[in-house]
Ligand binder design. Structure first.
Ligand code: NAD
Ligand code: GLY
Length: 368
């Protein structure tokens, strides 16, 4: 099999800089962790699906480095991205006498990564952590850039912290056990980078979508590397989302409403983002920012990636009203006014408000 070379993406954030390593067969190689600072103990945070597949192999790779390696296994699912589950990580840290130098290893998808990062940000006011993402979505987006947190019943990712990992280890081989639906969900976040930042990449994804779905190693390696480079480019300019970083939320305002409105876990995050991008593209067109051809192009690609392009109904009585209500609980909202990420040119995005009537038109047009 053609094994791509080790790829490295640097993320330059002054004293919070780190590297993203990308290749197959690296998560259980001790060399992947050799440059990490010394510590007595490590805690592997994983879940009931990923743990049985990979935790023992990660533990073996860390054996020579830490005297004590503990594991905490969380319940699996977006629905468990809560305070109660977060507390299981704190329980494990305290019960095992973990100290300020203890390194947390997030072994799993974005849910495990976001929760482990938040636990690392707050345990003893901050301990180091390493991301070992095992979903495509986590490898191309959530493990990079330091957004960590949990959901609240009233809003997604509403509680959290910006906190950067020491390193990200993206092992492409772990994707072999990922269900196809989860791979498609990850492709949504890969596609996202095209219209907001890199039309050449969008064209490359269109040409390689079948290779990505078939998990061809060279295609996967390029998709993960280019996505990480584009995310690094944005995060380096705006680590704490004062402005530019919001473009990474293209499709997410509609998407978060879908996730919250249906109940977390009903649609996968990436599925909601995929459909949300279709809705945000229609909004961009109705605001006069892009033409119908780009909307069609994006919709076709999202569909080819195996993602939904028609929004679900969130209310029989007033579907658009329910979307609007949910979208007002968004971190980009200001004074109750919803702010949307829109495409406003070739490979260019910005944040705009839009009249409720126009947003209603888009929702009515895009929903079942
Ligand atoms: P997830 O973490 O729920 O993982 C998806 C499913 O795949 C889970 O059932 C998981 O157990 C399973 N899984 C993971 N790796 C596997 C493997 N190698 N083999 C078999 N099964 C595996 O979901 P996700 O899509 O990875 O992440 C979504 C989450 O990420 C959301 O909570 C979202 O809010 C968050 N997110 C965060 C950021 C950020 O910047 N922090 C960005 C995007 C998304
Ligand atoms: N996934 C959006 C961000 O990291 O800002």
């Amino acid at each position: 099999m053609n094994v791509p070379d080790l790829q490295t993406v640097a993320i330059d954030l002054a004293d919070r800089s780190y590297h993203i390593a990308i290749r197959g067969s690296i998560f259980d190689n001790p060399l992947s962790y050799s440059e990490l600072p010394p510590a007595t103990s490590a805690l592997i945070v994983t879940n009931t699906t990923v743990g049985p597949l990979y935790a023992a192999r990660l533990q073996a790779a860390l054996q020579g480095k830490y005297t004590h390696i503990h594991t905490v296994t969380l319940p699996d699912g977006e629905v468990y991205k809560t305070w109660q589950t977060l507390n299981l990580i704190f329980d494990a840290l305290l019960q095992n006498g973990c100290d300020r130098k203890t390194v947390l290893f997030a072994l799993g998808g974005g849910v495990v990564g976001d929760m482990t990062g938040f636990a690392a940000a707050s345990y003893m006011r901050g301990v180091p952590f390493v991301q070992v993402p095992t979903t495509l979505l986590a490898q191309v987006d959530s493990s990079v850039g330091g957004k960590t947190g949990i959901n609240h019943p009233l809003g997604k990712n509403m509680i959290g912290a910006f906190y950067q990992p020491l390193k990200v280890v993206c092992d492409l081989d772990t994707l072999k056990t990922l269900p196809p639906r989860e791979l498609s969900a990850g492709l949504a976040e890969v596609i996202k980078y095209g219209p907001i930042a890199d039309l050449t990449f969008l064209t490359w994804i269109e040409a390689n979508i079948d290779a990505l779905i078939a998990q061809k190693p060279a295609a996967l390696a390029h998709a993960v590397k280019r996505s990480c480079e584009l995310k690094a480019w944005v995060v380096e300019q705006d680590e704490r989302e004062a402005g530019l970083r919001a473009i990474l939320n293209f499709g997410h305002t509609f998407g978060h409403a879908i996730e919250a409105g249906l109940g977390y876990g009903e649609w996968l995050h990436g599925e909601a983002v995929g459909c949300g991008m279709v809705m945000a593209a229609h909004l961009s067109q109705r605001l006069g920012l892009i033409d119908a051809a780009l909307v069609q192009r994006l919709t076709a690609l999202i569909q080819k990636a195996g993602l939904p392009t028609t929004g679900p109904r969130l209310s029989e009585a007033d579907n658009a009203g329910r979307y609007l209500e949910l979208m007002r609980v968004d971190k980009k909202a200001e004074g109750g006014e919803i702010r949307f990420v829109v495409i406003d040119g070739p490979a260019s995005a910005g944040v705009r408000t839009a009249p409720d009537a126009l947003v209603r038109e888009v929702i009515n047009f895009c929903c079942a």
